[in-house]
Design a protein around this ligand. Structure first.
Ligand SMILES: [Zn+2]
Length: 415
């Protein structure tokens, strides 16, 4: 199984928007941009929503059938490890092996020695084709990298082997993710991480490093844009070089997690992948849920009231809701409108505050991020919430498709 050049991770918390999501990729296809869908959902999401990997599979199959989608499509067991992979095994054909927590886990001196043998030809000034300055690689640096990452990649190998045992190696795509950490991995670290991936014989087709800057959920990139450009381009060149040198899968590409709404850096990423003829996987998750709330607000009446109630509950439960997302959320609580004020808003004001239109006078990134993590509140509403989004499917679906196509795909893939 070989992942296509461009793929887009579409998360759908409540499992009702598969068709609306796929439609955006269909429009892209009609414009000459082939992007395959990857429906991703993590164990954490399933637990909060009380959904199952089987339901994600069914949603994907149904959307594909109804829209007569002919290209491949995938169902991603997102951010799994050995403890959480089991329920996904029969239903997923894409597995994101999350080893962020094993970064820095202990490795034996023998393991470090083995890595040093492997890596020693790179000592001195390591020159990566396309990168002007060479990297100074010392024994000290190699030992540090081994101690930091070898345990993580060894764990990835164990998860990979477990899945391959169950499914057969050719029947799924493997991604390795280490994005949910504080510190970015540098391009030179990425080079040696790829060396370890080869050493442990994991045929990874995508890799999700932590990039420099804040990748907050559902809002724009925050950080040094020039620095990001350089890092992203160096990562592309490192992958290119490592693929040839180590014999990794030739379609190996970067995966950008918390990838929705990074409007400032999309044109940069787009330009660089086209320049270097590389593919990309962009993973989004909560964006579709936000479009559901926008759709409810626009529908007015009881639907708007439900959107306001969700905000009210999220507002009083800020600490609890934001805590699991501390590395990917930045809300200034003093800037948030009070629930009583929001209760007076009309549909346009609510939708305009939540919708991510940069420069729009009503757009409020804090409000948007709080609703983003507030999906737990909707999950607790259970059937009431589901019935409401089903009743207002038309207006919601339009928001979902437009958001993915107009705001994401156009900025990323169409120069
Ligand atoms: Zn992630």
């Amino acid at each position: 199984m070989k992942l296509e050049k461009y793929s887009f991770g579409i998360g759908d918390r409540f499992g009702q928007q598969g068709k609306a999501q796929l439609k955006a990729l269909q429009i892209a296809g009609e414009s000459g941009i082939e992007i395959v869908p990857v429906w991703n959902k993590s164990n954490r999401e399933h637990q909060i929503i009380h959904s199952t990997p089987l339901e994600t599979r069914q949603e994907a199959d149904e959307a594909v059938k109804d829209l007569h989608w002919k290209a491949p499509y995938y169902v991603d067991a997102d951010h799994i490890n050995l403890d959480t992979v089991e329920p996904f095994l029969d239903h997923s054909n894409f597995f994101t092996l999350d080893v962020a927590d094993s970064i820095g886990s202990p490795v034996s001196d023998d393991d470090v020695g083995e890595f040093l043998k492997l890596a020693s030809p790179s000592k001195g000034g390591l020159k990566i084709p396309g990168i002007k300055t060479s990297f100074e690689v010392t024994e000290d640096l190699l030992v540090k990298i081994a101690r930091k990452y070898m345990g993580a990649i060894r764990d990835a190998a164990a998860i990979y082997a477990h899945i391959a045992d169950h499914k057969g190696a050719d029947n799924f795509i493997a991604e390795i993710s280490m994005d949910e950490v504080e510190d970015a991995q540098t391009p030179i670290e990425l080079f040696f991480i790829l060396m370890m991936i080869r050493h442990f014989e994991i045929p990874a087709q995508t890799i999700a490093p932590k990039f420099t800057g804040r990748f907050n959920k559902g809002v724009d990139y925050v950080g040094d844009v020039k620095g990001f450009r350089q890092e992203f381009e160096e990562d592309l060149l490192v992958i290119d070089y490592a693929v040839n040198l180590f014999g990794l899968p030739e379609n190996l590409k970067l995966s950008v997690h918390s990838g929705s709404d990074k409007f400032t850096i999309y044109p940069i990423m787009g330009e660089l992948i086209r320049k270097h003829q590389k593919g990309i996987h962009v993973k989004t998750a909560g964006t579709t849920w936000l479009e559901e709330v926008i759709g409810l607000a626009m529908a007015g009446g009881e639907a708007l009231q439900m959107a306001k109630d969700i905000y009210r509950h999220a507002y009083v439960r800020q600490d609890e809701l934001c805590k699991p997302y501390s590395t990917v959320i930045d809300i200034d609580p003093t800037s948030l409108p009070g629930p009583d004020e929001v209760d007076l808003w009309d549909p346009e004001k609510f939708a305009g505050t939540l919708r991510h239109i940069p420069g729009h006078p009503d757009y409020h990134p804090g409000f948007r991020q709080l609703i983003h993590v507030g999906y737990k509140v909707a999950a607790e509403l259970g059937e009431l919430y589901l019935a409401m989004i089903i009743r207002h499917y038309g207006v919601i679906a339009e928001q979902v498709t437009t958001n993915i196509y107009k705001r994401h795909i156009e900025r990323l893939f169409i120069s």
